[in-house]
Design a binder for this molecule. Structure first.
Ligand SMILES: Cc1cc2nc3c(=O)[nH]c(=O)nc-3n(C[C@H](O)[C@H](O)[C@H](O)COP(=O)(O)O)c2cc1C
Length: 197
């Protein structure tokens, strides 16, 4: 995989106005990107560029939040960063904003890239999110965004915790369950990391 180790970081362009129109990923293709330690993009595969609408020149060196969608709760990115900075992988459903303002949903696996045991950057591999899962995920994300607007991150965390407690699941178990039910089998993403490392 060709990537830029010492990328020159630069400001991402202003994000477009979101449009309520969805682009659905192909079943077989996956989106791959790699970032430096601060989340600035150092690699993007062709399918990523095709789906998000930005060219390689536009993506390299800008923060991954270039495709952040306002419907995404801040809490999910906090969970993501806490986990990967601690050296662990994490799975998350993510709604992303394309260059044209349309959106697309993915199930992402994000994990650290390590060299001699030291974290040197991060990877993400994404597949089409199962439709079934999106009904439930959209609802809880909407509630979390609402909680963040009124009570900040604390309120959002409390809401997610009570939601998971009611289900009797941890965050990981919940995501895995939705993924399994959506596809009818589990572990689809398992091993992705080792293939592309
Ligand atoms: C490898 C990697 C992949 C990421 N992929 C995405 C992504 O697809 N969409 C997204 O909104 N944020 C992604 N992020 C998280 C962003 O860096 C950022 O934390 C997030 O967009 C929230 O941005 P903000 O805190 O500036 O609002 C990724 C981070 C890493 C390390």
């Amino acid at each position: 995989m060709d990537y830029y180790i010492n990328i020159k970081r630069r400001q991402a362009p202003a994000r477009p106005q979101p449009v309520d129109s969805e682009i659905v990923l192909n079943k077989k293709d996956f989106i791959v990107s790699r970032t430096d330690l601060k989340g600035y993009i150092v690699y993007a595969n062709d399918y990523f560029m095709e789906i998000c609408g930005y060219s390689k020149d536009e993506l390299m060196g800008v923060n991954h939040n270039i495709i952040r969608h306002p419907d995404m709760p801040k809490l999910i990115f906090k969970v993501l960063w806490d986990r990967i900075k601690a050296g662990e992988k994490v799975f998350a459903f993510v709604k992303n904003l394309r260059k044209d303002g349309k959106f697309y949903w993915v199930l992402a696996e994000v994990e650290p890239a390590k060299k001699d045991g030291k974290i040197i950057g991060y990877y993400s591999f994404r597949v089409r999110a199962p439709r079934f899962a999106l009904k439930e995920i959209s609802k809880i994300y909407k509630d979390l965004v609402g909680a963040e607007k009124t009570g900040g991150m604390k309120a959002s965390e409390a809401l997610l915790n009570s939601f998971l407690k009611k289900k009797g699941l941890t965050y990981d178990e919940y995501i895995q369950k939705l993924f399994k039910r959506g596809f009818g089998f589990g572990g689809f993403l398992r091993g992705f990391g080792s293939i592309f490392r």
